[in-house]
Design a protein around this ligand. Structure first.
Ligand code: F6R
Length: 639
């Protein structure tokens, strides 16, 4: 997926942009480029391949120009990009610039197709993520007006279009160009006529501002500028943003100025590093004890009460009187909602529905005042989840958001927010954000139970104590408990199909385990309610099929064991995830993965972790890029 970074301020832009692109490498790319405004003209360098190719091209350019910008007299060109740019300020610096990593969609992987793109006068440069759907019509029109295209991309039309309108300044030109574009995209433009100015526009693709002292950043993802600032502002959909060293102005597409808070994120810049792990996903799996501990934090500080803090318009009265809960979410977040359903029904005795947001939004749902809708989205930007929440809200329901990203779109479109505190998650496959979502659902369920008086105080206190033990249990399991997993992965890595089954609280775990394996290894998986096996899926089984059975403690464990027997009778091999101490499982399963014992309701949060690791090891054995699986994006801002 493509990455954008832009900088405007007093410092040399190239090294900052290059460092930003390095932080976006995890998104995958096939070419890259940087444009900076330097002494009245825009200097652009692009290269096919990885960033070392761009580095070499940039250094060659600096060399050829006799040491431009950041190259201080007497300093070799090689370290230019690695050095802190402020130390290299003797020469006039190029301090407005944009950079891009491209993942080819329209047009082959060539230098001409790499971004930044520019108009025929070379005075307007742009970087773009996403797709311009009406580019053919626009291109025809621009060609007729004399534009000469140098690439095969849809993105280049934006450079020509902005240049075409660039008579009353770049802000006006971007607004006029934006009005003509269709599709989903985010772009940033700069003009040789206006040093110290960047203009961005966002339609459904992410774009975020990083605020510095007298300098500003714009990027498609926070890691691009996290080393420099933790103060961020989110650009809303259909908004235009104007960056100057001392100010950032948000506007609607029509030009109306908008107020936007600055949010201070508490992520450490080191979280954007692998810190010795081979991949971000593996690191994030190992961060799950901390993520859950942070998420629970002071919310469970009292022995017999949960404190969810200030949920704005979602007050205690609403939680006490809401007639039902409807959870809307996508993918892994949907699975967190499914786990939440069991805990809310069991502890708070409230009716709960859980729906896939992309389905919910196009139904004619029966929803209204008195209903509490919970939208779960780690990114806070998922188009379908936002749309489902809007539908419910427009019909009078109250909407609570659960997200990992402060200030994200979901937080602006809900009546209250509960944050997971998982920290930055870079791996495309959600792991630590998932267990944090599940932890929040447990806390919400306990708070509802408390307010509604459905758990007697002793049971409430016991459940809270057990929830607080979860981080410790995760840490123990990750440190000592899962040694045999890589052997199990080795034994089954060649299988063409995996079936996952579970019942009751084990079912969402099976669904999530199957999703993890398919998304990072591309092996076909299916996940089923174990009780449904004989209604169809059992026909899939033969002696080459590994069947992963979630068999942790639950009120239906005996039934799950019957399902295991059913599966084994067809010759399939059973990998069971079981709670410590359940010795009978070993008699039935071919391989057993043990997770620590806890209240059965909390077992899903533990049981999913070995399944994340199983998927990880299998994908790793197959040589897959687990951090950036093909065709997937971390933030899904389009439906
Ligand atoms: C899978 C995964 C996705 C997301 C889904 C929703 O590992 O990460 O299935 O869960 O795209 O994303 P959010 O939670 O950002 O709404």
């Amino acid at each position: 997926m493509c990455g954008i970074v832009g900088y405007v301020g007093p410092r040399a832009a190239r090294p900052l942009l290059f460092a930003g692109l390095q932080k976006l490498e995890y998104r995958g790319y096939d070419s890259a480029g940087i444009s900076v405004l330097e002494e009245g003209r825009i200097d652009s360098v692009r290269a096919v391949g990885n960033l070392s190719a761009l580095r070499a091209a940039l250094e060659a350019r600096v060399e050829a120009n006799g040491g431009l910008a950041e190259a201080a007299p007497g300093r070799a060109a090689a370290p230019v990009l690695a050095q802190a740019p402020v130390a290299l300020a003797e020469a006039p610096v190029a301090n407005t610039g944009i950079g891009h990593t491209r993942w080819a969609t329209h047009g082959r992987v060539t230098e001409e197709n790499a971004h930044p793109h520019y108009d025929n006068t070379d005075r307007v440069h742009i970087v773009v993520n996403g797709i311009v759907e009406n580019y053919v019509a626009l291109k025809d029109r621009l060609l007729a007006e004399g534009a000469r295209f140098t690439s095969e991309t849809d993105a280049e039309v934006i450079a020509h279009l902005v240049a075409h309108f660039n008579t009353d300044g770049l802000v006006d030109a971007v607004r006029k160009a934006y009005a003509e574009l269709r599709g989903h995209y985010a772009f940033v433009a700069m003009s040789a006529e206006e040093p110290g100015l960047l203009v961005g526009a966002r339609k459904e693709c992410p774009l975020i501002i990083g605020r510095g002292e007298g300098e500003q950043y714009i990027a498609s993802a926070i890691p691009a500028f996290l080393r420099e600032t933790r103060h961020v502002q989110y650009i809303g959909d259909d908004e235009i943003v104007v960056l100057r060293p001392d100010e950032v102005e948000f506007q609607t597409a029509a030009g109306e100025v908008l107020a936007r808070d600055v949010v201070e994120i508490d992520w450490d810049a080191d979280t954007a590093e692998k810190q010795g792990y081979e991949t971000f996903m593996l690191k994030e799996i190992h961060e799950q004890a901390d993520a859950v501990a942070e998420t629970i934090g002071e919310r469970a500080a009292h022995e017999d009460s949960i404190d969810l803090g200030d949920l704005e318009a979602i007050d205690d009265e609403l939680l006490r009187t809401a007639r039902r809960i409807v959870v809307v979410a996508c993918g892994t977040s949907y699975h967190a909602g499914l786990i939440g359903r069991y805990s809310i029904e069991e502890w708070a005795r409230m009716p709960v529905e859980v729906d896939i947001a992309s389905e919910y939004r196009y139904r004619n749902p029966v929803i209204g005042p008195g209903d509490l809708v919970v939208g779960i989205s780690q990114s806070g930007e998922t188009a379908d989840t936002l749309a489902a929440m809007r539908t419910a809200r427009s019909r009078g329901a109250s909407v609570l958001a659960i997200t990992n990203i402060m200030g994200s779109q979901i937080t602006r479109e809900s009546d209250g927010v509960l944050y997971t505190r998982a920290g930055l998650e870079i791996g495309v496959a959600a792991t630590k954000t998932f267990v944090s979502q599940v932890a929040v659902m447990y806390l919400l369920a306990l708070r509802l139970a408390e307010l509604r008086g459905h758990l007697e105080p002793g049971s409430l206190a016991r459940a809270i104590t057990e929830v607080k033990r979860l981080p410790h249990l995760i840490a123990e399991m990750l440190e000592h408990g899962l040694a045999g997993l890589s052997d199990i992965a080795d034994a089954h890595a060649g299988a063409e199909f995996f079936l996952y089954i579970g019942r009751h609280v084990g079912l969402p775990v099976a669904l999530e385990g199957a999703l993890k394996l398919k998304e990072i290894s591309y092996i076909a998986t299916d996940a089923y309610a174990a009780g449904e096996m004989k209604h169809g899926p059992i026909a899939l089984l033969d002696d080459s099929t590994p069947v992963v059975v979630v068999a942790t403690q639950s009120p239906v464990l005996e039934k799950v064991i019957s399902n295991i027997q059913e599966v084994r009778a067809r010759g399939a091999r059973v990998i069971a995830v079981a709670s410590e101490g359940d010795e009978q499982i070993a008699q039935h399963a071919d391989e057993v993965i043990r997770v620590p014992r806890t209240e059965w309701m909390l077992a899903p949060l533990l049981a999913v972790i070995p399944l994340q690791l199983l998927a990880y090891h299998i994908a790793d054995i197959d040589g897959k890029d687990v951090d950036q699986p093909r065709n997937l994006a971390k933030t899904v801002t389009v439906e």
